[in-house]
Write a protein that binds this ligand. Structure first.
Ligand code: G3H
Ligand code: 13P
Ligand code: ZN
Length: 330
């Protein structure tokens, strides 16, 4: 049993209190490897942003749970070495069982998500409550979810989304004791959040997806004043990366994300945590494809993973400074 407090990590409680009061959102970036983690820490140190490092169960399988835990511990030391002791939370993304959440808590995670959103309501409540009871003994914070996002959530996949029902949120939060709540208001996971036919074209000919359901968010806020809300599936899918990927042999089709102005608006509300994974995947893939296509003789992984890391860092800084408003809040 390792306590996150001994690793220099923090849970989300104070982060969310400050984010709520300051009308910004904490970035929650997924990582699976060293270059992604370096880019996240460099970006958040340079922009003085608190950060949530997210590990999915897929990431745990890919990179090994023990290595990931030591990497997060290393990230705390790395941030200090870069000159700023930013608040860093290590969070399980989309935990699907009590055992997985317990294992992460026992290994030093400071926050876990238990995603029972696909279960019948009473089962979601019971599972979430069980995780909260265990986690709170160790001052680990817990995120629950109500409403289903379309797309892949690790092992949990859903074809159609179901918006969060505002009339359920008080009962859910009271019965489970969660510290934050992920809701479904029109975001979804992955790079294809909307079909082109769902979008309209603006004056520049750019596809504009339907707006998020801020009316549902407002209803949730009315029922849970001051309670931290989480937005999953919040990548914006920058078209510059999609174009580079496709220019250099890729086939990323009809990729449409959440416009940044929608996320800026959400970050100013009770939304305290915004999850971004796909944009990082696109930036990294675009950089690697460009290097390999333009320098075909290159075979040193540092020569393509290095630029990928630089592109990622630029992306994450942009998120903190121009989208989430978390820059300068560390
Ligand atoms: O919400 C899902 C995250 O983007 C993690 O994706 O399960 O492929 O690691 P993953
Ligand atoms: P994106 O696929 O939009 O990046 O969402 C990531 C996410 O919600 C991780 O939990
Ligand atoms: Zn998610």
């Amino acid at each position: 049993m390792v306590s996150y407090k001994d690793l220099g990590l923090v849970n989300t409680r104070e982060m969310f209190e400050k984010a709520m009061a300051g009308h910004y959102a904490i970035p929650a970036f997924n990582f699976n490897n060293m270059e992604q983690l370096q880019a996240i820490i460099q970006a958040c140190v340079e922009s003085a942003s608190p950060v949530i490092l997210q590990v999915s169960s897929g990431a745990r399988k890919y990179a090994n749970q023990t290595l990931l835990r030591y990497m997060a511990e290393g990230a705390v030391a790395y941030a200090k070495e870069l000159g700023r002791n930013i608040p860093i939370c290590l969070h399980l993304d989309h935990g699907d069982t009590f055992e997985l959440c317990k294992s992460c808590i026992d290994m030093g995670f400071s926050s876990v998500m238990i995603d029972g959103s696909h279960l019948p309501y009473d089962e979601n409540v019971a599972l979430t409550r069980k995780v909260v009871e265990y986690a709170h003994q160790f001052d680990v914070t817990v995120e629950g979810e109500l409403g289903v996002l379309a797309g892949i959530e690790d092992e949990v996949s859903a074809e159609h989304h179901t918006y969060t029902e505002p009339d359920q949120v008080i009962d859910f939060v009271t019965k489970t004791g969660v510290d934050s709540l992920a809701i479904s208001i029109g975001t979804s996971h992955g790079a294809n959040k909307f079909r082109p036919e769902q979008c309209t074209r603006n004056a520049e000919g750019v596809l504009v997806p339907p707006p998020l359901r801020f009316d549902i968010l407002e209803e949730v806020e009315k029922r849970l004043p001051g309670f931290p809300i989480v937005l999953h599936g919040s990548s914006s899918v920058p078209q510059k990366y999609v174009e580079i990927i496709n220019k250099y042999g890729g086939a990323v089709k009809d990729a449409i994300g959440i416009p940044e102005d929608q996320l800026r608006r959400a970050a100013k509300s009770a939304v305290c945590k915004i999850n971004i994974d796909s944009d990082g995947r696109l930036a990294m893939t675009a950089a690697v494809r460009e290097v390999l296509a333009t320098k075909p003789a290159e075979f040193d992984p540092r020569k393509y993973l290095g630029p990928a890391r630089d592109w990622l860092k630029e992306l994450y800084k942009h998120k903190c400074e121009c989208v989430l408003g978390s820059a300068g809040k560390a």
